[in-house]
Design a protein around this ligand. Structure first.
Ligand code: NAP
Length: 287
């Protein structure tokens, strides 16, 4: 039998349908939402992510602009582009695709984005507001996870939530969101001692570490909700497919609800980027 699937693809489609009247209403008033995507370098995965984001914008009625640069582009060029986009009234959201080329300082580049256009939610001002529980653009991946929990009637209040991974784009904002929703939150990382013991206490377990099939059934409490954020490409000798940080087949037997990879968190991430861009345009239009 096994746990029920959380179908991120279906939920993402449902949410994207609901965006259409909002973008149409904005466009009718001359405020068509606009997203600028900046890509530096030729990383193949980043190129796919950017293409997917641009295509999703088109489908949702959001204007998108791509700014592509070679890997050796000077940081100053990127900063000048961001300054121009900050001042451009047709652009409501600015996204810098990560990772940046090594010679750049990620923090400097991300913090050049005006917080009102920080639809990825990576600016220190956005993360600070999130921790303090103030309105802000919420980083898309953890925001998508919260929407999935909500769609399945999972209220984190009073529950034990364990997050594996503490990056600024997933683990830390995920912890803040679950804490703001009154869960009791534990964040595990590479220096955590006896990680399986922490994981086994979780009513809600979020795996975001980037290690294929790391979470096995013996690390999961029976009936837990398991959210797999990981996206890993298996080596060709193992089929070359995408897989998550959770050993899906075995964990499904123990969990009550589980996200698949692909088709789980991934489609929700882009959906929340669209949501943030539309919200930025609505704020500008004075709604
Ligand atoms: P990241 O920046 O590399 O951070 C990984 C985190 O996991 C770090 O905090 C690290 O601990 C921890 N970690 C690594 N190995 C560990 C281990 N063996 N035991 C315990 N903790 C360990 O990764 P990220 O950007 O957060 O991404 C995580 C995964 O999510 C990746 O597979 C990525 O592709 C995926 N992702 C998916 C989406 C989506 O839309 N579905 C979006 C973003 C990311 P330390 O801090 O101690 O080093």
């Amino acid at each position: 039998m096994g746990g029920q699937l959380i179908d991120g693809k279906a939920l993402a489609e449902e949410l994207r349908e609901a965006f259409k009247p909002r973008t149409a209403a904005l466009a009718a008033k001359g405020h068509r939402p606009g997203l600028a995507v900046i890509l530096a370098g030729e990383d193949p995965a980043s190129q796919v992510y950017v293409r997917n984001k641009v295509n999703a914008c088109e489908a949702a009625g959001i204007f998108s602009l791509e700014a592509r640069y070679s890997a050796d582009v000077p940081q100053e060029t990127l900063l000048a582009k961001i300054a121009a986009l900050n001042a451009d009234p047709a652009i409501h959201g600015i996204l810098v695709q990560l990772p940046l080329p090594r010679h750049m300082d990620e923090k400097t580049v991300l913090e050049a984005i005006s917080p009102e256009k920080d639809v990825d939610g990576f600016h220190a001002a956005s993360l600070g507001a999130l921790v303090q529980g103030h309105p802000c653009f919420i980083p898309c991946t953890p925001h998508g996870v919260m929407k999935m929990l909500e769609a399945h009637g999972i209220d984190p209040s009073g529950k034990e939530a364990v997050i594996i991974g503490r990056s600024s784009i997933v683990g830390k904002p995920m912890a803040a969101l679950l804490l703001n929703a009154n869960a009791t939150v534990t964040v595990c990382h590479s220096k955590t001692l006896d990680l399986p013991a922490h994981a086994r206490r979780a009513d809600i377990l979020v795996a975001a570490l980037g290690k294929p099939r790391f979470v096995t059934a013996s690390m999961v409490k029976p009936g837990a909700v398991v959210i797999d954020v990981g996206i890993n490409r298996l080596p060709p000798e193992e089929g070359g497919k995408l897989c998550g940080d959770v050993d899906f087949e075995s964990v499904r037997e123990v969990a009550s609800l589980i996200t698949p990879v692909p088709g789980g968190v991934g489609p929700m991430t882009i959906t929340m980027l669209l949501a943030n861009t539309i919200e930025a345009a609505e704020r500008r239009a004075g709604k």
